[in-house]
Design a protein around this ligand. Structure first.
Ligand code: B4P
Length: 185
């Protein structure tokens, strides 16, 4: 059973490449961004708190996302693709613990590498098409700062376990998917 993390900065293409990876390898897709947006759409008290944090470009607290992931792992029997999780070293440590409690361990982490100017270009382009409330210039700057400070250390965490694999995230969606497939095969 494969359990894979797709990792990268905001706009690196994690969600985009996840579609290909889950269909090709028959994995269960779990995107913490999607789960959090569903909570917002349901207009729960928790959703309202999450909305304010996301619109500010900050990370939602570890306990909220860990609870979501815990439930997703417990329900899965196929192997999983973790998209947008872990985003802090504490989340990465928790993922190791949760998988181990189910007799599993992470197979690989795939890091999409994209220069910052291209990340900003993609997110501003998405803003025009999807109108996501966290895709505006100020929020994007905050999200990139959060990424550098809290999420990039996760790459070192997996490098120290020998599980980090980098992929050039520039090119067409199909070219990048082919690079990921070559790596995972
Ligand atoms: P996410 O939903 O994970 O969003 P993201 O990082 O912006 O997107 P992604 O990298 O998936 O980009 P995409 O493929 O869509 O997170 C949103 C927020 O949720 C976070 O800021 C945070 O507040 C919160 N959150 C989520 N998980 C959390 C966690 N674990 N802990 C705490 N908080 C958490 O690509 C972006 C755009 O680029 C798209 O428009 C796409 O069409 C385009 N694109 C993709 N590949 C391309 C290519 N090759 N060429 C040109 N354009 C491309």
């Amino acid at each position: 059973m494969k359990d894979i993390v797709i990792f990268g900065a905001p706009g690196a293409g994690k969600g985009t490449q996840s579609d290909f990876i889950v269909s090709h390898y028959g994995l269960t897709h779990v995107s913490t961004g999607d789960l959090l947006r569903s909570e917002i759409a349901a207009q729960t008290d928790l959703g309202l708190r999450i909305k304010a944090i996301m619109e500010n470009g900050q990370l939602v607290s570890d306990d909220i996302v860990v609870d979501m992931i815990d439930r997703a792992i417990a329900a899965d029997t196929r192997g999983m693709l973790f998209d947008g999780f872990p985003r802090t070293v504490a989340q990465a440590q928790t993922l190791d613990r949760l998988l181990s409690a189910h007799g599993r361990s992470l197979t690989a982490m795939v890091q999409l590498e994209v220069p910052e100017a291209e990340l900003i270009r993609r997110l501003l382009e998405r803003a025009k098409i999807q109108g996501r409330s966290d895709d505006n210039e100020q929020t994007i700057a905050n999200r990139l700062a959060e990424y550098r400070a809290k999420t990039l250390p996760v790459a070192e965490y997996y490098a120290s376990q020998g599980k980090r694999h980098t992929v050039d995230g520039l090119g067409t969606i199909e070219e990048i998917a082919a690079r990921i497939r070559a790596l995972l095969d």
